[in-house]
Design a protein around this ligand. Structure first.
Ligand SMILES: NC(=O)c1ccc[n+]([C@@H]2O[C@H](COP(=O)([O-])OP(=O)(O)OC[C@H]3O[C@@H](n4cnc5c(N)ncnc54)[C@H](O)[C@@H]3O)[C@@H](O)[C@H]2O)c1
Length: 338
């Protein structure tokens, strides 16, 4: 195999970026086929990325015999159905955006279908593991440099949404905790090598009245890990200064932080109102390189038949955790996961 021929379903906010990366920035892959329910997105992909095949029919996409791997970047609620249908149609190499499923029943169904239809490569889109700062952080924790990790702190704040966009997005987002916090869950369990033992959640609608009854816009989760470490995770849809991700691991002998100063560049503007710096306009500009690296990794795994860094088991764990966190939020009680 020369270059891995990838098909993609979902050409929205993230899917279009994946298509762009596959078509020009990943030497091991090429964009073979692209699919979306939205005609304008399909037309734009045809014009901008020149895949051999474009379609609005997912069944047509998964029956293409020459496709070496499928990238699923559709809405979260569609992932389980698409993963299972693709496997049954004979697609053996799958990259799925997070979260892989929306319920515990869905992740059981995926696990069974993966086993029954003998999936070869299965990678889940936890892109942070491909970030060089996060990789260094993981290596330093493992080396013992900060001693034993005591506290994991994660800030995960989307840039301030326009209310009408969020009202449109919220019903298909999979829910705030599934959409935002599963990234933090995956990173935390990777850093600590430990799973969540219990979780408490407090959150609600603080900024966007239009999503009340559908979703929430801010949350704080308190977590105890099975190894005894403690976690604080906060997420928001309304960071007025821009996208802000920050992580700190505090240990018995020191701590490591990443992005405590969330600026997009090194420019400082000064005027009569003081000094100003620019924040990140959206998540993609902060994590851009990781989205290229993760699909490149997927293509390499297909080429070399090697095990991906983020597996289906990882994807399922974060769904279990999100499910527990949602229950904690709904009940106001501590939810135990062991
Ligand atoms: N890893 C990350 O950092 C990250 C960031 C953003 C989004 N995501 C994930 O990516 C996924 C997509 O998010 P988005 O914001 O791009 O969504 P979006 O709503 O902008 O796009 C969804 C796309 O899925 C397509 N689609 C849905 N059902 C389909 C079907 N039956 N057949 C063909 N196409 C179908 C739509 O046509 C659209 O192109 C979500 O699962 C989300 O969680 C991950």
């Amino acid at each position: 195999m020369d270059r891995v021929k990838l098909g993609i379903v979902g050409l929205g906010r993230l899917g279009r970026q994946h298509a762009h990366n596959i078509s020009g920035l990943i030497p091991e892959a090429r964009l073979y086929a692209a699919c979306s329910l939205v005609a304008e997105e399909v037309e734009a992909a045809k014009r901008d990325f020149s895949p051999e095949i474009v379609t609005m029919d997912f069944d047509e996409l998964i029956s293409l015999p020459k496709m070496d791997g499928l990238v699923i970047a559709s809405n979260s609620q569609a992932h389980c159905d698409m993963i299972c249908r693709a496997l049954k149609a004979g697609v053996h190499n799958i990259y799925s955006e997070k979260p892989v499923g929306m319920t515990l029943e869905e992740i059981d169904q995926i696990r069974e279908t993966v086993k029954e239809h003998k999936a070869n490569i299965f990678q889940v889109g936890y892109n942070r593991r491909f970030d060089h700062n996060y990789q260094r952080m993981k290596a330093e924790i493992d080396s013992g440099r900060i001693g034993k990790p005591i506290i994991v702190k994660m800030i995960n704040r989307d840039n301030l949404w326009r209310e009408e966009d969020l009202v449109r997005f919220a019903p298909s987002s999979g829910g705030f905790i599934f959409d935002m916090c599963t990234h933090d869950f995956d990173a935390a369990r990777w850093f600590l090598g430990s799973e969540c033992s219990k979780v408490y959640a407090a959150g609600g609608v603080f900024r966007f009245e239009g999503i009340r009854g559908i979703d929430i816009d801010n949350v704080v989760l308190s977590v105890v890990f099975k190894n005894g470490a403690i976690g604080i995770f906060e997420a928001s849809r309304n960071s007025a200064s821009g996208y802000h991700m920050e992580t700190e691991i505090f240990g018995t002998n020191g701590d490591i932080r990443v992005n405590s100063e969330p600026y997009e560049d090194r420019l400082i503007f000064a005027d009569e109102n003081g000094y100003h710096r620019k924040g990140f306009s959206w998540f993609y500009s902060y994590w851009e390189k990781t989205y290229i690296a993760e699909i490149r990794h997927f293509a390499e795994c297909v080429l070399n038949n090697s095990r991906p860094i983020v597996t289906l088991a990882d994807g399922c764990k974060t769904v279990e955790w999100a499910f527990a966190a949602n229950r904690a939020l709904d009940t106001g009680e501590v939810v135990r996961m062991d």
